[in-house]
Write a new protein. Structure first.
Length: 462
């Protein structure tokens, strides 16, 4: 069976080497070189596979990855950034949200359906970029027709010279209206247009299963029920133009082509990140909630092995989707997974717990580092917020200390520490007379020391 390659143009990411991929990931995630190396090789192998003959490419399956490490060390962020770098459809699911077939909960095939919907959104946005100019022009012409109805056609016996003169005058008037529209001088005018009512009947979800998950697509079965009726509405010119642009975009985009392209892209470049895989690690013989753990694994197995999932956009094969699973494995261990599922994740990487030095780097190095985020947020109100090197070191000290004494939640601890640290400035920022604020080491100690000393309180606040 020939491989179905997605209808996408080659991008600059296709030439990235594994070393360059790791360098890109380094801009957003601190440390974890082993995990970055593994995902970089997996992405590069995908690029290599695209260059093979269809017959050989069909035989090469992706090498799925199992990430082992505590919470807050960058597992999800590495996978998300990889997908963004590769411009691949990406969905994150939690294994603990799924249940064995026959129990109340999400069907494992829903992860593939979610991925297809995201793929369609990606392709549709790309097509919108291609036709947005034409859609805007068509919408503008329709609005001008409403503002300036076309002249009455002359009867056959009337003078054709007069008809030509009227047509010229009409065109000149239309262009003047167009100039006024562009200049915003018509924004206060109200026009009457036909709009489609967007009303859909509500459906009761039975036993935790949605309409999509029980594979009943009522919208396709009864299309007339969801088309909606049209009604005339009076809108101001900018609102009317925006609505008409959306209508023209829908007309110009071939959704059948979008769906075909999206399905192909999902099949060949899709990435599914299965978090909390350790929560379903377990064998038969348990009681209560533990009973369905192995059942969930066995339901996930065919999706990871390669099967065909029925979606409302057609059949989707999962043979070449890259699966990245992750878990802390504090209580269980990877060998507690059923052997068949273990074999489908041949690449295993262990992520290291984060320490004080890592926190210092996380606060300052990434493109969207926390310190940069808060400086930008305060800057919107004219506050020049700065952090001294000593303050950043002290923040890292406090975060590491609280992680050690209470629950270790990794880099997520920095969010709670920073929120507590900047509580006063965030609340009073707009009223501060002095808009230049420096966060130094004494300020950090004053804001955080009492909470860190009181370990019982820090469990709740930090």
């Amino acid at each position: 069976m020939p491989i179905f390659l997605p209808e996408t143009t080659q991008t600059s990411t296709d030439s990235l080497t594994p070393r360059q991929i790791v360098a890109e990931l380094d801009k957003h995630v601190v440390g974890q070189s082993a995990a970055k190396r593994a995902v970089a090789i997996a992405l590069r192998n995908r690029m290599r596979r695209q260059r093979l003959s269809p017959e050989l490419a069909e035989e090469i399956a992706p090498k799925n990855i199992l990430m082992i490490g505590p919470t807050g060390v960058g597992k999800t962020e590495i996978a998300r950034r990889l997908a963004k770098l590769a411009q691949s459809p990406f969905v994150k699911v939690e294994a603990s949200k799924f249940t064995e077939v026959g129990y109340v909960g999400r069907d494992v095939e829903s992860m593939v359906r979610d991925l297809v919907e995201l793929g369609i959104d990606m392709v549709r946005e790309e097509r919108l970029g291609e036709i947005r100019g034409k859609a805007a022009q068509n919408a503008e012409d329709r609005l001008l027709d409403i503002l300036l109805p076309p002249a009455r056609p002359l009867a056959a016996e009337e003078d054709q010279g007069i008809a030509h003169q009227q047509a010229q005058q009409q065109q000149q008037t239309r262009e003047r209206f167009r100039e006024q529209l562009h200049a915003g001088r018509l924004d206060s005018r109200v026009v009457e247009i036909e709009v489609r009512e967007r009303s859909s009947p509500s459906f009761e979800i039975v036993s935790g299963s949605s309409v999509e998950e029980i594979d009943i697509n009522i919208k396709d079965m009864l299309p007339g029920l969801f088309q909606g009726r049209t009604k005339r509405r009076r809108l101001k010119v900018p609102e009317a133009l925006e609505y008409l642009v959306q209508e023209e975009e829908q007309k110009l985009i071939d959704m059948d082509s979008v769906a075909r392209t999206a399905v192909g892209r999902v099949e060949q470049t899709g990435i599914i990140f299965i978090d909390e895989i350790d929560k379903v690690a377990g064998r038969e013989g348990g009681h209560g909630p533990d009973v369905s753990r192995e059942g969930v694994q066995r339901d996930i197995l065919p999706i990871v092995e390669g099967t065909t999932v029925n979606t409302k956009h057609g059949m989707v094969r999962t043979d070449h989707i890259l699966f990245i699973a992750a878990g802390a494995f504090h209580v269980s261990k990877p060998s507690d997974l059923i052997p068949e599922l273990q074999g489908r994740f041949p690449i295993r990487v262990e992520l290291e717990a984060l320490g004080r030095d890592d926190f210092v780097r996380i606060l300052t190095e990434p493109r969207s580092a926390l310190v940069k985020q808060y400086m930008a947020l305060m800057g919107t109100e004219g506050i020049a917020l700065t952090f001294t090197d000593g303050a950043i070191q002290r923040i890292a000290d406090f975060a590491a200390m609280v992680n050690e004494r209470t629950e270790n939640i990794g880099a997520r601890r920095l969010h709670t520490v920073m929120e507590r640290l900047l509580d006063e400035i965030s609340f009073e920022g707009s009223d501060l007379p002095d808009k230049a604020v420096t966060i130094d080491e004494p300020y950090v100690s004053r804001m955080l020391a009492d909470i860190v000393k009181n370990e019982d309180l820090s469990r709740y606040i930090l």
